[in-house]
Design a protein around this ligand. Structure first.
Ligand code: DC
Length: 250
């Protein structure tokens, strides 16, 4: 696939990939806030297409109809708000029904191509932290700094379970684990956009760390990487002091 990866000089992309529940989305948000960067949740785009296809009653296996539908959608990401054709679907796209059906949408190559273009266009001219499965491998292979977050299967399911309960979604731990295992298998088996670390990604295991600690580790890597790339480049804002004892990374 030809990469349309021409980004303007002002663009700085930091990618965070990893499996569901590794803490990517929280860490990506925190990192973006720390650096004064924008945050791009690419999973939300796949979720919007899934929701729209479910609502339209299109069989999710019908890749052509789903792709046509996807190309006609207006997806806007504004901070934590996700708008689908102008409607706020931020909560609805996280429902278990959407998660359970997203695999077929993420397997759809035409949908992936379309969303990849949207993601590159979204990042154009911006300083962004982007989060997903294929950001460092397929979408932004030339990103300034790439991370791959991992965590144990149990820890990831525990985090996800807590998060769903806190949103009032009733689900057992075993159900979360089962859904997670299925998505892991699907994410790993995908011929394009499969979950895998980019060769130049920094891998960070989040087990045993708070997500704030993980963010701190990433901030340090980013600052080091950006100063190596261009010593004259203005450094990202650091709006909180480094906690004592964490000056040397983890
Ligand atoms: O990050 P998330 O749980 O919201 O992502 C939901 C699904 O979307 C995930 O199981 C796979 C798919 N996805 C993808 O294929 N590529 C991305 N860049 C982001 C998400």
């Amino acid at each position: 696939m030809e990469q349309n990866n021409n980004v303007s000089d002002a663009t700085i992309v930091i990618t965070i990939d990893g499996p569901a529940g590794a803490g990517k989305s929280t860490v990506a948000r925190l990192l973006a806030a720390r650096l004064g960067f924008e945050f791009l949740d690419t999973g939300a785009m796949y979720r919007c297409v899934t929701l729209a296809a479910l609502r339209a009653g299109i069989p999710l296996e019908d890749s052509q109809r789903v792709a046509e539908l996807a190309e006609g959608l207006q997806i806007e990401l504004d901070g934590d708000r996700v708008l689908l054709n102008g409607e706020d679907v931020s909560a609805e796209i996280r429902l278990p029904e959407v998660s359970a059906n997203i695999g077929k949408i993420a397997d759809n190559l035409a949908v992936r191509r379309h969303l990849t273009q949207l993601q590159r266009r979204w990042a154009q001219g911006k300083r962004v932290v982007t989060e997903g499965r294929d950001q460092g491998t397929e979408v932004f292979p030339d990103a300034a700094c790439k991370f791959f977050l991992t965590a144990s299967r149990q820890e990831r399911a525990r985090r996800r379970h807590r998060e769903l309960l806190s949103r009032g979604i009733e689900i057992t731990f075993e159900e979360v684990l089962e859904q997670q295992d299925r998505r892991d298998r699907e994410d790993a088996a995908r011929p394009i956009g499969a979950l895998r670390p980019a060769p130049d990604a920094i891998q960070v295991d989040t087990d045993g760390h708070t997500l704030e600690e993980v963010t701190e580790i990433l901030v340090r890597h980013v600052r080091q990487k950006l100063s190596q790339l261009d010593p004259d480049q203005p450094q990202p804002r650091q709006d909180r002091p480094t906690p004592p004892g964490q000056e040397d990374g983890a």
